[in-house]
Design a protein around this ligand. Structure first.
Ligand code: NDP
Length: 247
């Protein structure tokens, strides 16, 4: 497990956007960031789930969150531009972006892989983080030391039979991370890294491994040290690197 002990006030006065914040790893990351002082923008497609996270943050007395409902599968370029304009108006800058939302698609050999599903997975896992990050870059550059995290996977480093579009989307995510990190290097303070959560106990994990015992994978809370390290100031100067939460 990645070892990092975050100070309680690590993210005080920071504004951080988390995609897929209503459930799974994204929910836990949003709560963890709020607990460490951040104002978290909760982006996701199911409003009731986002509201539950919002309430949990409020009930704990952490900085008030904001909800931004958005379906990354159907979102158009204009929707990302509207989001960026809203954040600029409401917050003026953005300190962190966690591209977390993801779609598993189907576990099938490429030879039988459904084209429609392929496009959906690419849309949510790759095209949406590209458009979101591109539109938010000006706001991220306005912050003193902003951090962008792309969520990868073990199958984004090594191909594995039947992981289809999901695996390919995560390989491409690594490419997006490296390319953008190289571009920002020297021209901005924005650092860009990828994060492989490793086997984590969520709905996605249960779908991918239905026969696995629920305690065989780590609960999302256990992998939060890396999420905190990469989004906070202790990773200043670290960019263009691939991290693994459980190695
Ligand atoms: P879950 O399936 O549990 O959660 C996925 C999240 O993404 C949900 O909040 C979901 O919202 C959101 N989401 C999915 N599609 C869309 C969409 N079209 N628009 C907006 N939001 C969307 O997955 P995990 O929490 O397990 O995964 C989080 C990330 O970690 C993903 O990128 C995944 O690939 C990666 N990962 C996970 C691993 C694991 O073992 N769990 C291992 C390696 C990588 P809603 O709840 O409303 O459906």
């Amino acid at each position: 497990m990645f070892n990092y002990d975050a100070p309680a006030d690590l993210l005080q006065n920071k504004v951080i956007l988390v995609t897929g914040a209503g459930s799974g790893i994204g929910r836990t990351a949003a709560l963890t960031y709020a607990r460490h002082g951040a104002t978290v923008i909760l982006l996701g497609r199911t409003i009731s789930k986002l509201e539950a996270v919002y309430d949990e943050i409020e009930n704990n007395g952490w900085p008030q969150a904001a909800i931004y409902p958005m379906n990354l599968e159907g979102a158009r370029e204009q929707d990302y531009a509207s989001l960026a304009a809203t954040l600029e108006r409401e917050f003026g800058h953005l300190d962190g972006l966690l591209n977390n939302a993801g779609l598993l698609g189907e576990l099938k050999p490429i030879a039988q892989y459904d084209a429609e599903t392929w496009h959906r997975v690419m849309q949510v896992n790759l095209n949406a983080p590209f458009l979101l990050t591109r539109e938010l870059l000006p706001l991220l550059r306005t912050a003193e030391q902003a951090s962008v995290i792309f969520t990868s996977s073990t199958v984004g480093h090594e191909g594995r039979a039947n992981w289809g579009a999901y695996s390919v989307s995560k390989f491409a995510t690594e490419g997006l991370m490296q390319t953008l990190a190289d571009e920002e290097d020297g021209i901005s303070q924005v650092r860009i890294n990828s994060l492989n959560p490793g086997a984590t106990r969520t709905a996605m994990r249960a779908t991918a491994f239905p026969a696995e015992a629920s305690d065989a994978s780590a609960p999302p809370e256990e992998i939060m040290p890396l999420y905190l390290y990469l989004i906070g100031k202790d990773s200043l100067g670290v960019s263009g690197k691939a991290f693994h939460a459980q190695r």
